[in-house]
Design a protein around this ligand. Structure first.
Ligand SMILES: *[C@@H]1O[C@H](CO)[C@@H](O)[C@H](O)[C@H]1NC(C)=O
Ligand SMILES: *[C@@H]1O[C@H](CO)[C@@H](O)[C@H](O)[C@H]1NC(C)=O
Ligand SMILES: *[C@@H]1O[C@H](CO)[C@@H](O)[C@H](O)[C@H]1NC(C)=O
Length: 221
């Protein structure tokens, strides 16, 4: 019977060793990103900007470490576009990493691209942005990757989590700013305002009042 007992012990040991390392089911998240020109008003001035799903900044995507994101990027704009997932390693899957003409051809107006973002070791707040010309000035958003083990943060659990996205606003069309400085060989024109989560602060002429106050500021998010 010794072999039976031995076998049983090995089975038990094997079971104990295997249980904690059983793979935890990673999730696949599906989203649609519709890229289109959208009217926006800032600093008492109107213009059309390129947005994802009409939002500026674009949608925040929440996932867990090791998940996969599948996005249908639908280009309803008049220009080529790609989306880059900044800080994601994409192990063995560089084919939809984003930089135009490096890992993929741009997504042309009227077409759709099924983009797969493979997360592995990334944890924390990353971002996604257009990777074609200056479209990234308005086509960007946050990617929040939670650790797989709950409470596995290198800091005390915060009372609240508020993504803060810094940007710039030109009253002119950003493509015109780009074309102008490419032609002249100089620097691009300074932007008209710095933005926090898409809004210029109180101190800019003709900004919306009340943005500096933290309460109002967080209302905007
Ligand atoms: C901007 O657009 C809004 C809404 O269409 C309009 O009410 C406003 O008069 C426009 N402002 C300027 C400066 O054109
Ligand atoms: C858009 O992308 C297509 C395919 O890669 C390319 O042939 C075309 O020249 C691009 N258009 C512009 C304006 O860059
Ligand atoms: C850039 O700034 C110059 C000087 O203020 C102005 O004349 C020009 O129209 C600006 N270009 C764009 C594209 O806004």
């Amino acid at each position: 019977m010794w072999w039976f007992v031995n076998l049983a012990i090995f089975h038990l040991l094997g079971f104990l060793l295997l249980v904690p390392t059983l793979p935890i089911q990673a999730m696949t998240h599906h989203h649609n990103f519709v890229v289109a020109d959208t009217p926006y008003s800032r600093l008492c001035s109107n213009k059309s900007i390129l947005t994802v799903n009409g939002q500026f900044p674009g949608p925040t995507i929440y996932v867990t470490e090791g998940d996969t994101i599948v996005i249908d990027v639908i280009n309803r704009a008049r220009e080529n576009i790609t989306i880059h997932w900044h800080g994601v390693n994409q192990p063995r899957y560089p084919w939809s990493d984003g930089p135009e003409y490096i890992t993929q051809c741009p997504i042309q107006p009227g077409s759709m691209f099924n983009q797969r973002i493979v997360l592995s070791v990334e944890v924390g707040t990353l971002w996604w942005h257009a990777h074609s010309d200056w479209s990234r000035a308005t086509v960007h958003g946050a990617l929040i990757v939670y650790p797989r083990k709950k409470n596995d943060y290198p800091f005390p659990i915060p009372h609240a989590e508020i993504p803060i996205i810094l940007g710039e606003w030109w009253k002119s069309d950003i493509q015109a700013v780009l074309n102008e400085f490419l032609q002249n060989g100089g620097d691009p024109n300074n932007s008209d305002a710095f933005l926090i989560n898409g809004q210029p602060g109180d101190l800019y002429p003709c900004s919306r009042q009340g943005l500096i106050s933290p309460l109002h500021f967080f209302d905007e998010i």
